[in-house]
Design a protein around this ligand. Sequence first.
Ligand code: HEM
Length: 164
Amino acid sequence: MPGFLGTPAALIPDIVVVAMFLVLPAFFYGAWLAKKGKTKTHARIMSGVFTLLFVVVVIFVIWNQVANDYQVNWKDKPFYKEFFLPFVFGHIIIALSGLFTGAFVLLSALKWREPNQKGELAFKSAKHRKIHIWAGRLALVLFVLIAVTGLIIYYYRYVFVFTE
Ligand code: HEM
């Protein structure tokens, strides 16, 4: 099925590249809510957005293995071996780290949370809180890197090689 961004990409890569940039503001809004003490809404937003992102990425990875959306002689394309392949490798490492960090932050928070006197959520200990905040911040940085490196790969694969 063709995509909607006006490039030769199929629908799935178009959805993934747009979804990645749509979820970023939601993640930062969620972190801001935690800072303001609205930790219940924070937990709902972060769990929902991360689960959605996880499902979209898994569908994309499976699709990427089975689909062959268009035929290009990649070896002839400029910067393919010296830039594109190592860059994709780096992107995959960052993406896996982001997914693992996000999953750890989410699952550990579900285990370590407890209600506080204000009817919001807190952590069982100061140590749990510290781990959540730092791992959560690392996850946000990795999500931004995944989106930016993913966009560069999309540009190379579906725009750059067609302007050559
Ligand atoms: C992928 C999912 C999540 C990410 C990336 C994430 C990220 C963060 C970040 C970055 C902060 C610190 C905000 C700041 O003060 O700068 C934070 C705080 C907090 N998060 Fe999460 N979070 C996630 C899921 C959850 C879940 C599922 C819960 C609860 C079940 C939760 C509970 C909290 C609480 C209670 C705080 C406030 C800690 C405090 O200041 O005492 N988070 N989170």
